[in-house]
Ligand binder design. Structure first.
Ligand SMILES: Nc1ncnc2c1ncn2[C@@H]1O[C@H](COP(=O)(O)OP(=O)(O)OP(=O)(O)O)[C@@H](O)[C@H]1O
Ligand SMILES: [Mg+2]
Length: 734
């Protein structure tokens, strides 16, 4: 079934006060046609396009609502509290996702919860030119304001403005110098060659010519050196700006985009802009000046002939303008294919061990080939199209030369023009059509560069983490953490944490337990403000933590992540990551506390041992201990340990626990562990289940209560008994 696009503007909440308003694209009969779903706090309604009401269901009667997939699309179904199932409205695949959101919204309203859905229509087509966007919600390469983009690039030139001015001056000089040889050649023909005499003038003119050629070369060399400096510096500035912007992007951005796509913006896209700056900007100036200068000269020499030979130029310009937009879009698509290519390359290289382990080389190569062919096809398509257009333009510019010979030749025959004058005009012709062809061709990489620049600026303009709130408080944390009605979802409409309320007192050690996926890591992600609650608040020492300057806050929080990441460098460097000025004694002390000192000393290079990319040369348990040492050295007020000891043996874990036991004194600690016995020392345990707190209490209290926690412990002990592992621990846990 082919789906028709619907007008996004119609899907926004209307002015009638509806909370949700969506236009569906199928009628009850299954034919194409529009019907409207309207939801407000009281009821869910279905309206025909003429405004006639065809169904109303009071919100209070609704038990649940969902999007039922059917062939070719979906159907919004509501179950009433009486158990009746009602099919409300049907739609095609294209818009099913939005109705699924609406269904969630209806449920939220029915349960009396806050309406938290994301109905912002996804933009798949450009609002202006209606073309398909290369990326959902992305920019339309054909409609971006090139002038604005150029101006922004120009702004990057500001620090180097004197060099830019020098460049312009040199371009002007080159233009003037380029005008001289044809004059010399004309005079040579008329005054020397045709007269078969006049040696002194021959030597004189040749002498001037040599001088000009020399000066020209010197100027060109100087100009190109300036260009190299200018373009190199600007490209470096651009890269730095993008990198800086990426660093401060919200984590939600990284959840959506793959690393390959992001790094291609720092490399490929900045490279394109660099290419444009090196080859584009200087010649833009030079050729522009040349075009104006030479045309003026031509008209001054013989306006009629000038008019004739410049006649094909409007045709060339028309072609260039006509194909500008489609070409731009094609090149943008090529850029996109590059990004896809990079994403796959990056991922399969990162996961090379898994690829090998599952003997998936062939299927990975198959995927690679698919991307590679896509890239090839898009590239070939764009290039072929381009060469065709460029060839046509070349033909029209060669017409200029032919007209010159036709009209100019006739004038020479009629002795209206001397041979020297004809030659001069002919030489100017090359000086004029060269730049024109250049301007026609510039579209090609100008488009690529602009597309690259747009993608760069898109990142620079993206919403950042609230790092530098001017009014951010520099609060020295004492350690009270208070969750108040916190609700959060990575995707707003699908909360992962609901109604979370607890207070962790300063210095308290809180254990977070629950099944996998219960929301433990999410809770600590919120504490570190990697994400912010969708509703409710988190207070630190009674202060909404959004008021504390973000970096100041994070400097006082130490985290051992569930998947510890080490940078390629030495063990010592990794431990000192959070405290660059740490002395060797401090590093060793932290390593001892994390029970890492012994294994480090066993390494051939000790603390100077290289850990490899992502710490790949260390074992999982060693990596964890290095990252614990790193968190310890950071000396945080709030310490977060997410499965910090999951990869070490029981004996080592015990030692680390003792160390942590000493360490946690005076700091608020949140510890997550699957091995529940690990959390014996915790002052209190918070048990999470599917995003909600189900139990809170000490180990003993919870065991006595015989609720969720005691069940978890039991299951774990049973499993441990079955596999004959860690019996002592299981006993201890009981
Ligand atoms: N970045 C993310 N984007 C979207 N959903 C996520 C993201 N991270 C986690 N989730 C989802 O949120 C839910 C809670 O995840 P969380 O990582 O908090 O679980 P957990 O309790 O730490 O589990 P585990 O014990 O396995 O580490 C899961 O359903 C998970 O799929
Ligand atoms: Mg987790």
């Amino acid at each position: 079934m082919k789906s028709k696009p619907i007008n996004p503007s119609e899907t926004e909440p209307s002015s009638t006060g509806a909370l949700i308003r969506l236009v569906a694209d199928l009628l009850e009969s299954g034919d194409y046609g529009q019907r409207v779903l309207e939801v407000d706090a009281e009821s869910v309604r279905v309206l025909e396009m003429n405004g006639a009401l065809s169904a109303t269901i009071p919100i209070a009667d609704i038990h649940n609502a969902r999007n039922e997939p059917v062939v070719g699309g979906g159907r919004l179904e509501v179950t009433t509290k009486k158990g009746e199932k009602l099919a409300l409205i049907s739609y095609t695949h294209t818009i099913a996702a939005r109705f699924s959101e609406a269904a969630r919204g209806i449920e939220q309203l029915a349960k009396g919860e806050e309406l938290l859905i994301n109905l912002k229509p996804q933009r798949t087509h450009c609002e202006k030119c209606k073309r398909l966007l290369p990326e959902v919600d992305g920019i339309c390469p054909a409609c971006v304001d090139r002038g604005k983009t150029l101006l922004r690039i120009a702004r990057f030139m500001l620090p180097y403005k004197y060099w830019a001015i020098a460049l312009a001056a040199l371009a002007f000089l080159t233009t003037v110098l380029n005008l001289v040889p044809p004059i010399l050649q004309g005079r040579l023909i008329d005054e020397v060659l045709q007269r078969h005499t006049n040696y002194p003038l021959l030597y004189q003119l040749i002498g001037v010519w040599v001088g000009i050629a020399l000066t020209s070369s010197l100027i060109n060399i100087t100009r190109d050196r300036i260009v190299a400096k200018l373009a190199g510096s600007i490209a470096a500035d651009l890269r730095a700006t993008v990198y800086r912007a990426i660093e401060f992007l919200q984590l939600t951005y990284f959840d959506k985009k793959q690393v390959g796509a992001i790094s291609s913006r720092v490399t490929t896209d900045t490279d394109r802009v660099w290419g444009f700056l090196v080859e584009g900007v200087p010649y833009f100036l030079l050729n522009g000046l040349m075009l104006v200068g030479v045309s003026a000269f031509l008209f001054w020499t013989n306006w009629f002939l000038a008019l004739c030979i410049l006649a094909p130029i409007p045709v060339i310009i028309t072609i260039a303008v006509r194909f500008w937009k489609p070409m731009t879009q094609m090149f943008y698509k090529v850029g996109q294919k590059w990004a896809r290519f990079y994403i796959h390359l990056n991922e399969s290289l990162n996961g090379i061990r898994v690829v090998k382990a599952f003997a998936k080389e062939d299927s990975e190569f198959h995927k690679f080939t698919k991307r590679n062919v896509e890239l090839q096809e898009a590239g070939v398509k764009a290039d072929s199209r381009w060469f065709t257009i460029f060839g046509a333009m070349l033909f029209f510019s060669s017409l200029g030369t032919i007209i010159c010979w036709l009209v100019g030749g006739a004038m020479v025959v009629r002795k209206e023009l001397t041979l020297g004058e004809f030659y001069r005009i002919h030489a100017y012709l090359a000086l004029i059509y060269g730049p024109i062809q250049w301007f026609a061709a510039v579209n090609n990489w100008f488009s690529r560069a602009m597309a690259g620049a747009d993608r760069i600026f898109e990142i620079i303009d993206m919403e950042k983490e609230a790092y530098r709130l001017d009014d951010g408080v520099q609060h020295d944390i004492k350690g009270e953490v208070h969750f108040e009605d916190v609700r959060f979802g990575y995707d707003k409409s699908n909360p992962v944490l609901k109604d979370i309320n607890f207070v962790a007192k300063p210095g308290e050690m809180i254990g977070l337990v629950g099944k996998s996926g219960a929301g433990k890591s999410t809770t600590i992600n919120l504490i570190a403000r990697f994400y912010e609650p969708d509703s409710g608040s988190i207070k630190i020492d009674g202060l909404d933590y959004r008021e504390i300057e973000l970096q100041h806050l994070r400097r006082q929080i130490g985290i051992v992540l569930q998947e510890p990441f080490l940078f390629n460098g030495t063990v010592a460097e990794n431990i000192a990551y959070g405290k660059a000025d740490a002395t060797m004694e401090e590093i060793v002390e932290a390593a001892r506390a994390a029970n890492a000192h012994n294994f480090i000393m066993m390494k051939p290079d000790g603390y100077d041992q290289m850990v490899g990319e992502r710490g790949a040369k260390l074992s999982g348990g060693e990596r964890q201990r290095v990252s614990i040492a790193r968190a310890i050295l950071h000396d945080p007020r709030i310490l977060i340990l997410d499965e910090a000891t999951s990869s070490v043996d029981v004996e080592t874990e015990k030692q680390i626990q003792e160390a942590i036991g000493r360490l946690v004194a005076g700091r608020t600690t949140f510890a997550i562990a699957h091995r529940l016995s690990t959390l014996r020392n915790a002052d209190r345990l918070i048990v999470l289940d599917r995003g909600k707190i189900v139990e809170v209490g000490t180990h003993e209290e919870l065991m006595e209560k015989k609720g969720v926690f005691s069940k978890l412990v039991e299951t774990q002990s049973e499993i441990q008994e079955i596999i004959g592992f860690d019996l002592g621990q299981a006993e201890a846990a009981k």
